[in-house]
Design a protein around this ligand. Structure first.
Ligand code: PMP
Length: 460
């Protein structure tokens, strides 16, 4: 409360370090686990393909609600973390997990109420056609299992996925994630994957209003391509707002038509709700509900356990029956009582704290204000998304992506104590997907800070 962390060195020359008395580990700059030591050790003893945010990385020591706190006690508004859905370290989630951990944590081969109670609650949020739940430990596992189900149901193996889609880190998921296999280090498209164009009505191959049918027609083309090779389609997978593609909302009618083509060809329709599910889109609990469709399989991850490793797959009776072909599905941790107690509490909190409504109101509020800023700051060319899942695209007047400027904005926003992430094919989209307890004051501060940063960039 008396000085900035950046003045640490100056004060150290004139005043003894009070932490010699208090001995709070994380405040001790000279302790073994200083930020520079952690960074060096990460480079030395952890996998080299781990990435780290920001030119000057943050050492985060605590989370609380919509805030992350660094080792200097600086508090940041977190607009990146859609995993801490109901808020970082929400006390009720912590309590539910620790209480159950003190009672029982075992696998699904014994009868126990937690898994059934939780599956019942989860099913209540879904359309009546989806009646069966399988539990796993991550979004990747959920999509991996969804593909196994689609393959078991159809006895085919070809998958259709969206350009710039990302569905997880397993081999099977990478094989359908063009974001990865066409990105740095990727080995290109595998033979059993068809990629259809990203249905981006702002920058994609069809622009403007009513592009749904045009984009969906490529799904039919992909199916025909599979057929000409003498094979059939197992499944089609899409997010209802394409996150890694740069927060791309699917055009109206797209999913409905795509599903029709896929089902006519005997395939299974999978919607990946790992990023957008659980009320984040505001108008609905699930993103696919924006499109008036019912998938055969819905996959869930990230927010489902508020940071606890949990994933789930909801599917129809028919898909579940085809998957139950005699081979046991055993998952050591999936569906354990601790995970289920946590998942159930997350659902409770979403309801109790009216977080879906909050996403709707604040999403509208932010979108209106961002749209207003488009006139003032010409580099802000598109504002899109639903609820608290928004994207801001920065381009020059010829629609050339302003990649460096976008990264500069994210780094400047960090100086304003707001954490934001950048994504999209050209890394020119700022994504906004905060914990759902993000409030009106946070929104106002974000708008004010962004305005300051943009003024600075545009010399206003
Ligand atoms: N699907 C989507 C849409 C995702 O964004 C991610 C993770 N970013 C995954 C699946 C994989 O989830 P996880 O990292 O929990 O395995």
């Amino acid at each position: 409360g008396v000085s900035l962390p950046s003045r640490w060195a100056i004060f150290k020359t004139i005043c003894p370090n009070p932490n010699l008395l208090f001995r709070v580990d994380v405040l001790d700059k000279e302790n073994r686990y200083s930020s520079s030591y952690i960074l060096d050790q990460r480079k030395k003893i952890l996998g080299k393909s781990l990435s780290i945010s920001y030119q000057n990385p943050l050492t985060i020591v605590r989370g609380q609600g919509q805030y992350l706190i660094d080792c200097d006690g600086q508090k940041y508004i977190d607009t990146v973390n859609n995993v801490a859905h109901v808020g970082h370290e929400h006390p009720s989630v912590v309590k539910a997990g620790s209480t159950q951990m003190g009672i029982l944590n075992t696998n699904t081969r014994y009868l126990n109420r937690e898994i059934v109670a939780y599956a019942e609650e989860l099913l209540k949020t879904l359309p009546p056609e989806l009646t069966v739940i399988h539990f796993v430990n991550s979004g990747s596992e959920a999509n991996e299992l969804a593909m196994r189900m689609a393959k078991a149901y159809t006895k085919q193996r070809d998958m259709i996925a969206l350009e710039m889609g990302y569905h997880g880190n397993t081999q099977g998921c990478i094989d359908i994630s063009s974001y990865k296999f066409n990105g740095k280090g990727g080995a290109g498209k595998p033979a059993f994957t068809e990629i259809v164009p990203l249905p981006d009505s702002f920058r994609g191959i069809y622009k403007g209003e009513n592009t749904g049918s045009n984009y969906a027609s490529h799904v039919q083309v992909a199916i025909e391509h599979i057929h000409t090779q003498g094979r059939g389609i197992a499944g089609f997978i899409a997010e209802s707002i394409v996150s890694c593609g740069g927060q791309i909302p699917l055009p109206s009618g797209y999913l409905k038509e795509a599903f029709q083509y896929v089902r006519n060809a005997g395939g299974v329709c999978i919607v990946d709700e790992v990023q957008v599910g659980f009320g984040r889109v505001g108008k609905h609990f699930w993103g696919f509900e924006l499109h008036d469709v019912v998938p055969d399989i819905v996959t869930m991850g990230k927010p489902i356990g508020n940071g606890h490793p949990l994933g789930a797959i909801a599917c129809t009776e028919a898909v579940a029956a085809a998957f139950a072909n005699g081979m046991e599905f055993f998952n050591t941790f999936g569906g354990n009582p601790v995970s289920c107690a946590i998942g159930a509490e997350v659902l409770n909190i979403i309801q109790r704290e009216q977080l879906q409504q909050n996403a709707l109101h604040l999403g509208d509020y932010l979108t209106t204000n961002f749209n207003g800023m488009k006139n003032e700051f010409s580099i802000l060319k598109d504002v899109r998304g639903e609820g608290l899942f928004l994207g801001l695209e920065f381009n020059d007047d010829n629609l050339n992506p302003l990649t460096e400027t976008t990264s500069f904005i994210a780094n400047k926003m960090k100086d304003h104590k707001i954490l934001m992430s950048v994504d999209g094919p050209f890394n020119n989209v700022i994504k906004i997907k905060p914990p759902m307890c993000f409030d009106k004051d946070n929104a106002d501060y974000l708008l004010e800070s962004l305005r300051t940063v943009l003024k600075q960039i545009m010399n206003k």
